[in-house]
Design a protein around this ligand. Structure first.
Ligand code: NAD
Length: 486
């Protein structure tokens, strides 16, 4: 009999507490389809209790927001240490739940949270309030205050990395947080609760309520919440933005993408093949910024199609816990159906399937073969809509001007990459692509630089100092001219 990971309490108000509802949320392995654990399913009453705890912690006159940045940094350093101790277990749980290959999970999920906590704690310690000599006499003291109680809502695809894009700057700046993880990936979130208890985070500073979208919507509109930070689909982002617009509640949205990987006519793709894989097919295609529209020059079209098809066809598919595996299963059977629907559409729209297109020969797990379509028209559905699976669409172009036009012919604007033998040429090309981020011959989420999208890919930025400012409000105190001081 396999042991399962089961929790019967929620981390809320600084300790493990009994849930208000009686329902349980089962968790399944994407590889074996078996039930591997369960947690209490959070309810609106749990959200109410969590917001109340976060509110009390924020409003306490001697509480978390009033601590010095150094004191918070010390507490968050302990939190980072406790998360690191649980890093291997975190990576394993994520890999089992959403199919992320273990080496990727060790980076994005085990390492990133502690790194971000230390980075943002350090930025806060350095942040100074300004004293500006005024034009009208007097002095303006300009400070940055924590924005308040944060509702953080995250998806299942990179659950820990994305969680800490929000938690690290929010907590460092003095905010308190209610975190709602996605139902598919909750077992890793409970390790965060365990680490918070072990680190002795003060009561109410962090509260975790696993639940679905209706309960998430309740968090978004809760009167005790001051800021919403959301990562997920564009459809949910629009609904959340509408609510926040009505409430005049600040909101950051990291949404979907359909980024372009533009191969210029001098590119040596073969010698950059690992970076190309990481920029287009990583995490089984379940990352928002992947370059899933590959733009290839007609002068070298067939060669590019062959290289990419060769890559996709050579990848090792299997159990993500096996270190040799490059492509694991998708997160759920629903997600696999969605991806297979797009593959069918790619075929019926007239794309030329060059590799993949089906399921690998395995009796269990929500696997889809890495798939490449050539001869895709920029208007085809698979060139316009986010698939969120290992499916690439190769589109031909005649010259750079046409490549720029096609790259920008999308509702989205999140990531992208340019492939070339000449980095300066790549940088110049990258300036013409309308997206929040873009890489030359690779793509990474560099922690010190802002990440985020334009158009239907979202509003606001995470990472970098800009990611900290998203959890702060500016405040000005007007001091009188010296003569009027008394
Ligand atoms: P989703 O929008 O269905 O769910 C994301 C989270 O939001 C979940 O926790 C869900 O329970 C919650 N939710 C859904 N609707 C809600 C609502 N109306 N109010 C409050 N909460 C709500 O997305 P998903 O299918 O879980 O994730 C995949 C999507 O996330 C993809 O579109 C992907 O591009 C996007 N994504 C974007 C980024 C980014 O940084 N831009 C990163 C990862 C994933």
């Amino acid at each position: 009999m396999t042991t399962t990971i089961d929790y019967d309490k929620l981390y809320l108000g600084g300790d493990w507490t009994a849930p208000r509802g009686g329902e349980t949320l089962p968790v399944h392995s994407a590889t074996t389809e078996e039930r591997i654990g369960s947690v209490p399913l959070g309810t609106e009453s749990d959200i109410d209790a969590a917001v109340e705890a976060a509110r009390a912690a924020f409003d306490d006159p001697e509480g978390w927001p009033r601590w010095s940045a150094e004191r918070r940094a010390e507490a968050l350093g302990r939190f980072a240490d406790e998360l690191e101790k649980r890093g291997p277990e975190t990576a394993q749980r994520v890999a089992m739940q959403n199919g992320m290959p273990i080496a990727v999970a060790e980076n994005f999920e085990a390492m990133f949270p502690a790194l971000l906590l230390r980075y943002y704690s350090g930025l806060m310690v350095e942040q100074q309030e300004e004293r500006r000599p005024g034009m009208l006499g007097g002095t303006a003291v300009v400070s940055r205050e924590p924005i308040g109680v944060v509702g953080a809502i995250v998806p299942w695809n990179v659950p820990q990395g994305i969680t800490f894009l929000k938690l690290a700057p929010a907590l460092a700046s003095g905010c308190t947080v209610v975190l709602k993880p996605a139902p598919e990936t909750v077992l890793d979130a409970f390790l965060v609760g365990e680490a918070a208890v072990a680190a002795g985070l003060p009561a109410g500073v962090l509260n975790i309520v696993p639940a679905g979208r209706e309960v998430g919507a309740h968090l978004v509109e809760h009167p005790g919440v001051d800021k919403v930070s959301f990562t997920g689909s564009t459809a949910a982002g629009r609904a959340i933005a509408e609510t926040c617009g009505r409430l005049l509640r600040p909101v950051t949205l990291e949404l979907g993408g359909k980024s372009a990987a533009i191969v210029l006519d001098d590119a040596d793709l073969q010698s950059n093949i690992e970076s190309f894989f990481a920029s287009t097919l990583l995490n089984n295609g379940q990352i928002c910024w992947l370059g899933t529209r590959v733009l290839a020059p007609r002068s070298r079209y067939q060669e590019v199609v062959d290289t990419i098809s060769g890559l996709a066809g050579s990848l090792t598919i299997g159990d993500p816990l096996d270190r040799s595996v490059q492509v694991g299963p998708l997160v759920s059977s629903r997600q696999r159906e969605r991806v297979e629907g797009y593959i069918a559409k790619g075929n019926s729209d007239g794309g030329r399937l060059t590799v993949g297109g089906g399921r690998p020969d395995r009796d269990r797990g929500w696997f889809v073969q890495p798939t490449v379509f050539a001869d895709v028209d920029p208007n085809h559905t698979i060139a316009q809509e986010e698939i969120f699976g290992p499916v690439l669409a190769v589109i031909g172009y005649d010259d750079e001007a046409e490549a720029v036009r096609i790259a920008n012919d999308t509702d989205y604007g999140l990531g992208g990459s340019v492939w070339t033998a000449d980095v300066e040429r790549g940088e110049a090309f990258a300036r013409n692509v309308r997206s929040g981020t873009i890489g030359v011959n690779h793509y990474v989420n560099e922690p010190t630089a802002p990440f985020g999208g334009i158009k239907a890919s979202g509003m606001g930025r995470e990472l970098g100092p800009e990611g900290l400012v998203a959890f702060q409000q500016l405040k000005t105190i007007y001091l009188p001219p010296a003569a009027a001081a008394n």
